[in-house]
Design a protein around this ligand. Structure first.
Ligand SMILES: [Fe+2]
Ligand SMILES: [Fe+2]
Length: 251
């Protein structure tokens, strides 16, 4: 993987390996949604992530943040699954919930390998923009949003693996990489089952307007990630000496 990631091609490959060939509508929307300009496919995103992961303090911060996000994501899926999902999809969503809660625990358990405690880094967190769309009462739109987030998670996780494989912190990599491999299996499954569900709905055209919703969800997640990247860099601009441990003891 180079520092620039072609998410669209990687997704095609992933689906091919899983024997999944989506129809023309799904493929058309995704080809547009994952085109150049996709924040998390840029060399800039890779560079910011690699810079963040160059300090144990920021690795710890990132683990804490991931642990929180996984739990939040899981409970949102639980809510929608209980209220709106038909039995077959509900079963898959419940499994998804269990896996996100497991990831939350796994990320949390990795924090001590950085030498930091959760409370130490939680105080120094950058202010990330949190914009939640009110999709929770529309199952189709919700799955569109989840699909866009899962494709991002899968990509970000691959970046973590790549950066850790450069082995700046060998002992952290030794402990973290097997856990990330385990999480990766689930994230791939989340991308594939939500993609298959959307493809099925798009083929049957049971929800008019769904292609536009899917496109809007990807555009939203993309804008949100550009914004997160900007917040992260703004945080570094203010705090880089402490954040990147240039003067670890300074406070
Ligand atoms: Fe996850
Ligand atoms: Fe996931």
């Amino acid at each position: 993987m180079s520092s620039q990631i072609n998410v669209r091609e990687d997704l095609h490959d992933l689906y091919r390996r899983h024997g999944f060939s989506p129809g023309a509508t799904y493929t058309g929307v995704m080809d547009k949604a994952l085109a150049p300009g996709l924040s998390y496919g840029t060399a800039a995103f890779y560079g910011v992530t690699a810079t963040i992961l160059s300090s144990k303090r920021m690795i710890a911060y990132n683990l804490v943040q991931n642990s929180i996000d996984e739990a939040k994501g899981g409970s949102r899926i639980q809510l929608v699954a209980d209220r709106y999902a038909p039995p077959d999809l509900q079963r898959k969503m419940k499994r998804h919930v269990g896996e996100e809660l497991k990831h939350s625990k796994q990320f949390g358990e990795l924090v001590p390998i950085t030498g930091y405690r959760m409370e130490e880094v939680a105080d120094n967190k950058p202010e990330l923009i949190e914009e939640v769309l009110e999709f929770d009462d529309d199952l189709h739109a919700f799955i569109c949003r989840v699909h866009s987030i899962e494709i991002r998670s899968w990509t970000v996780l691959r970046i973590y693996q790549q950066v850790l494989n450069e082995r700046q912190f060998g002992e952290v990599a030794d402990r973290a990489l097997p856990v990330l491999d385990d999480i990766m299996q689930d994230e791939i499954n989340h991308v594939v089952y939500t993609g298959q569900q959307l493809d099925e709905w798009l083929r049957s055209n049971e929800k008019p307007g769904l292609p536009d919703t899917l496109e809007e969800c990807f555009a939203h997640t993309n804008r949100e990630t550009w914004q997160d990247m900007s917040s992260m860099v703004a945080y570094l601009a203010k705090n880089y000496e402490v954040a990147l441990e240039l003067h670890p003891a300074a406070a």
